[in-house]
Design a protein around this ligand. Sequence first.
Ligand SMILES: NC(=O)c1ccc[n+]([C@@H]2O[C@H](COP(=O)([O-])OP(=O)(O)OC[C@H]3O[C@@H](n4cnc5c(N)ncnc54)[C@H](O)[C@@H]3O)[C@@H](O)[C@H]2O)c1
Ligand SMILES: O=P(O)(O)OC[C@@H](O)[C@@H](O)[C@H](O)[C@H](O)CO
Length: 464
Amino acid sequence: MTNLYSPVPLHREPGAAVPPVRIVHLGLGAFHRSHQAWFTAHATDAAEWGIAAFTGRSTEIAAQLTDQDGQYTLVVRGPEGDSFEVVDSVVRAIPGTDVAAFVELAASEPVAILTLTITEAGYRLGADGRLDLTDPDVAADVALLRRLFDAQAALPGFEYPRTALGRVLLALEQRRRTSTPALAIVPCDNIPDNGHVVREALGALATATSSTLAAWLDSGISVVSTSVDRITPRGTPEDAQLVLDATGVADRAPVVTEPFSDWVLAGDFPSGRPAWETAGARFVDDIAPWEARKLWMLNGAHTLLAASGPLRGHALVSEAIDDPVCRDLVTALWEEDARHLTGVEVDDYAADLLARFRNPRIEHRLAQIALDATTKMRVRIVPVARLERAAGRSAAGCAAAVAAWILAGHDAVETRGAAAESRTARQVADLDPVLGGDAAFCARVDAAVADLTTKALLTESETA
Ligand SMILES: NC(=O)c1ccc[n+]([C@@H]2O[C@H](COP(=O)([O-])OP(=O)(O)OC[C@H]3O[C@@H](n4cnc5c(N)ncnc54)[C@H](O)[C@@H]3O)[C@@H](O)[C@H]2O)c1
Ligand SMILES: O=P(O)(O)OC[C@@H](O)[C@@H](O)[C@H](O)[C@H](O)CO
């Protein structure tokens, strides 16, 4: 219904019960609001679980949501049309720069869960998947936290940690000092083995700063592994007008997402959790097959499309997947992925993925997905290529993905892999030394580079 003359402001009803803050979130972006906040709002015990969500640094989204009592409209965009719902599980929205508020809330006794969507880069991991202690911001945090912890200073002090995990460690030290019950930390970024990786990274940071805190982590936290899924592109300036036109509600911070959603979790929640399973989440003993299927097939295909799509003149996922050249690259990759996925269904998953990628009403920009491509290739394509080669097969699908990555200009061949022989071998070694030393695989990549170059040139002549 259109109501341009008297838009309805988005507020909670006066006197309405507001769920108590029992979850703190770091990384208040679009995905948190389409996924974890949505699952929490849809759980049968939603009334008991409010979220205090912190941005990384931005003050704008925190101010917009605060004006709306934390509420926002989720636009669920199917191929045929949109549906609209107001999500009300976020009860406080706070700028990440307010580290004092973060420590106070994250260390408070009612808070049982800390969720994170800080992007892959936000964890500051090195190429080996461990915390990069040589990263200047991590090193600065180590120095600061050591000073604060050594002096048993009041937390937080005048200076704040720069990194997300530095801030988390500050809150954990406060929980330790106040003997607050154990906290479940739930990373929700697309990182393989995210629970284990985050537990190791926090352990490394604690070891570098306070042996007492490092020892306490064993009993003070549980880190849960997750596989998270809901395609949520960056919002556009038109979204607010769309919501106003369709619902009559003046919402400055709506989020657009796809109908599909999935959340698989493995690990303990020592101080309780929402009944997320009543909203469709799945709790499993072994996250590995679920995570591999999602990261290799969905995110691997996205990484491949982000490299190959622009070569063929495409800007969106939906355009690229409708191009037979790009689609064949994706299906060849999926065939190789499928051979190494056991314990999870693959054929229906692939068919659903194709339909999700083809949703023409979701404007998922390849440029948004293309960031940090080298790191993503290492965890989404390289493991399958290695498994295929170890099984004596060509890994042609993975080789074509590597070729697209090379043609998209992501390699750093001048600075790495100098020992390898040919230019292609050096480029592949830049991605993975084992594959770089595999002459047959590199020959496959060479052939795929030639093939894709021809097809890219074809696109140029077609569009000239
Ligand atoms: N958008 C999706 O479809 C989707 C789906 C699955 C998983 N994810 C994961 O969620 C992440 C965020 O996606 P999004 O769509 O919300 O992106 P976004 O750009 O909307 O938000 C990113 C959020 O992360 C915060 N952030 C970034 N770097 C940080 C840092 N160093 N410390 C603290 N906070 C930091 C930002 O401030 C912002 O709040 C992705 O990187 C991905 O790992 C996203
Ligand atoms: O930056 P990435 O590659 O980890 O993620 C970009 C998209 O592929 C990703 O956000 C997907 O939309 C998401 O993982 C779907 O659940």
